[in-house]
Design a binder for this molecule. Structure first.
Ligand code: DGL
Length: 299
């Protein structure tokens, strides 16, 4: 019988953004197997509302448990975490579960000017969960919070296009420029924002655009590595870490998308350096457990 320790860890996002978290997870936990699910057919989540995002989160969690027997789940999406993680937790109390939230607390330890920019989806930044987090840090720094409608979607759409020689002139650039300008001055002088929290897992893939706009001195804070360390702690605490000798013959990474396969393949190649034949499509309905998978290939 397969030991629970050798079961995969499920990781999901509205699309390819969560691959930034998966990258950190694979570096931190090299003996683990992972199943990644990009819900690209239903992205972006950020402007859709809690009921929709909650239904998708439940359907995907159930799918990963039933079809892949995951031993833990990483919700690699700030928006889904804000909308639904509390419900997932109460529905599956025994499932080790890690969610993401904009790293505004770690930003406090880094800022020298006391002004911190926070970008994320509308869903995340207007959620009660984020409001509570922000209220808890009131008075410790000034946070400039900017929802970036359309940015995750633009990043998602651009993944299978060639990387342009300069960032300017793309849809992603135009959106980054509009939102960064709306936030005010970035830099290390008094009154400027010297720290930018990337509160959406897609945004690290627009790093070049954002860096060009805010300048070289601004610190970016994202959540991949802390989330990977938290996942390790949780698995350790539950006695569920995979031991090197327990590594089974099954593939160590399977990637699925509910949307276009070329986008996932391009993102996997570009950001994880994994070949296209490790990517598959899957349909997951929100109402029932009915799912359809295409053929599986190992990496
Ligand atoms: N990547 C997701 C997040 O971290 C959401 C992007 C979207 O679908 O709007 O919030």
């Amino acid at each position: 019988m397969t030991s629970p320790n050798s079961q995969p860890i499920g990781v999901f996002d509205s699309g390819v953004g969560g691959l930034s978290v998966l990258r950190a997870l694979r570096a931190e936990l090299p003996h683990e197997r992972f199943v990644y699910l990009a819900d690209s057919a239903h992205a972006p989540y950020g402007e859709r509302g809690d009921a929709y995002v909650g239904a998708r989160t439940h359907a995907i969690t159930r799918h990963l448990l039933e079809q892949h027997g995951i031993k833990a789940l990483v919700v690699a999406c700030n928006t889904a975490t804000a909308a639904a993680i509390h419900e997932v937790r109460s529905r599956y109390p025994a499932l080790p579960l890690v969610g993401l939230e904009p790293a505004i607390k770690p930003a406090l330890a880094v800022t020298q000017t006391g002004r911190v920019g926070v970008i994320g989806t509308r869903g995340t930044l207007t959620s009660a969960k984020f409001g509570k987090l922000l209220a808890g840090l009131q008075g410790q720094a000034e946070f400039v919070v900017q929802p970036c409608d359309g940015l995750a979607h633009a990043i998602e759409r651009s993944v299978d296009r060639p990387v342009p020689a300069s960032p300017q002139g793309t849809e992603t650039w135009d959106l980054c420029e509009r939102y960064i300008e709306a936030m005010g001055a970035f830099g290390t002088a008094a009154g400027e924002m010297d720290t930018l929290v990337l509160g959406c897992t897609h945004y690290i893939f627009a790093e070049r655009d954002l860096r060009t706009l805010v300048g070289p001195a601004v610190r970016f804070i994202e959540t991949g590595e802390p989330v990977a360390r938290q996942t390790r702690r949780l698995l350790e605490g539950a006695g569920l870490l995979a031991a090197p000798q327990e590594q089974p013959a099954a593939p160590d990474l399977q990637l699925y998308t509910t949307g276009g396969l070329p986008q996932l393949q391009a993102a996997a190649r570009r950001w994880l350096d994994v070949p296209a034949d490790g990517c598959h499509t899957v349909a997951i309905t929100s109402e029932t457990t009915e799912t359809t998978e295409t053929t599986q290939h190992s990496l």
